[in-house]
Design a protein around this ligand. Structure first.
Ligand code: GLY
Length: 322
């Protein structure tokens, strides 16, 4: 059995995934349950309730889920529902479609009995108001370092001096971005889930990689499951999750697969120094790997031989398969 999750905010969710598969649950149920933990965690300001809103102050969520049989479901640009992962699963299970978006996804969620709720929290509203109040325009930057996880930095200029918005008063753990979860259960079946509020203060209507099957998430039960996190536009252009799984299908070793996926991203002319991409993969036989284009990408692993543990990629490197 194996559970992998992106970022430090994946710690609790990954434990939930592993507990679920340890007690005989399916990989699919486990990744949904884990994703829901993060979606409900208001201190995680890049997923679900408490996620940083878009430029209009609206929290819009993206999510996808996929099982070992190639079944998949996704929702994008969903407002007012804190668990898009469960709506995505419902799309997979009761609709003939793969993805529903915006008002249509919300209508479907309502018909399916999901309850609406306010997704802006005091912390995310305060951050939005500060962002909006800056006459020079607050810039959002991703700070990466070798020592710690990536975090959003909120920069502005005052009297010609560069300053950072003080976030200490805000109840946020500073971690950022999508949670992606992969699991291999007792029966050796694979599943994955991916859920996010997307880029902080994004353009209204922007959808990232997380709900795009083959970009943020891809699973082939006979081959591998892969998930991506980071700047979604890079992942969408490279179709990173599909790229990884398809190479494994063609017999490429995990480390080379990840290297090739990183190379493709690194060759994207839109890539800048403040962007990060993290990739996780589980092969059908249970071997796994993680990689990122630079240091600071943290991920969590729990397996038959390893208790739930936080790991870090330290710069254009790999934590290759066991
Ligand atoms: N990876 C999440 C996003 O770019 O929306």
């Amino acid at each position: 059995m194996l559970a992998l999750s992106t970022w430090k905010h994946g710690f609790k969710p990954n434990q939930v995934v592993f507990d679920s598969i340890s007690s005989g649950g399916s990989a699919l149920d486990a990744v949904e349950a884990g994703a829901r933990v993060c979606e409900a965690d208001e201190t995680c300001m890049s997923v679900g309730k408490g996620g940083i809103p878009d430029e209009l102050g609206l929290v819009t969520l993206d999510a996808s889920i996929m099982d070992h049989n190639g079944n998949c479901g996704a929702v994008s640009f969903v407002q007012g529902y804190s668990h898009p992962i469960s709506i995505a699963r419902r799309v997979m299970e009761v609709s003939p479609h793969v993805m529903l978006t915006g008002a249509g996804a919300e209508r479907f969620a309502h018909e399916q009995g999901f309850m609406t709720e306010e997704l802006l929290t005091d912390a995310s509203r305060a951050l939005y108001e500060k962002w909006k109040a800056r006459p020079s325009g607050l810039k959002v930057r991703l700070r990466h370092s070798e020592e710690s996880e990536n975090e959003y930095v909120f920069e502005y200029e005052e009297d010609g001096i560069k300053k950072e918005l003080d976030r200490t008063a805000l109840s946020t753990n500073g971690s950022h971005d999508t949670i992606g979860l992969l699991a291999r259960d007792k029966n050796g079946l694979l599943a994955g889930a991916c859920t996010t509020s997307g880029l902080a203060f994004k353009q209204h209507g922007r959808v990232g990689d997380s709900p795009i099957i083959g970009a943020g998430l891809y699973v082939d039960g006979n081959t591998a499951a892969a998930v991506a996190t980071g700047n979604g536009e890079l992942v969408m252009r490279a179709c990173s999750s599909y790229h990884i799984v398809e190479q494994i299908r063609n017999g490429v070793e995990i480390t080379q697969t990840l290297q090739n996926a990183l190379d493709r991203i690194n060759n994207d002319k839109h890539l800048t120094d403040d962007m990060q991409i993290g990739l996780l993969v589980i092969r059908a036989d249970g071997k796994w790997g993680a990689a990122s284009i630079r240091g600071g990408f943290q991920f969590v692993v729990a397996s038959d031989t390893m208790s739930n543990t936080l790991h870090q990629c330290n710069g254009f490197d790999f934590h290759p398969a066991q």
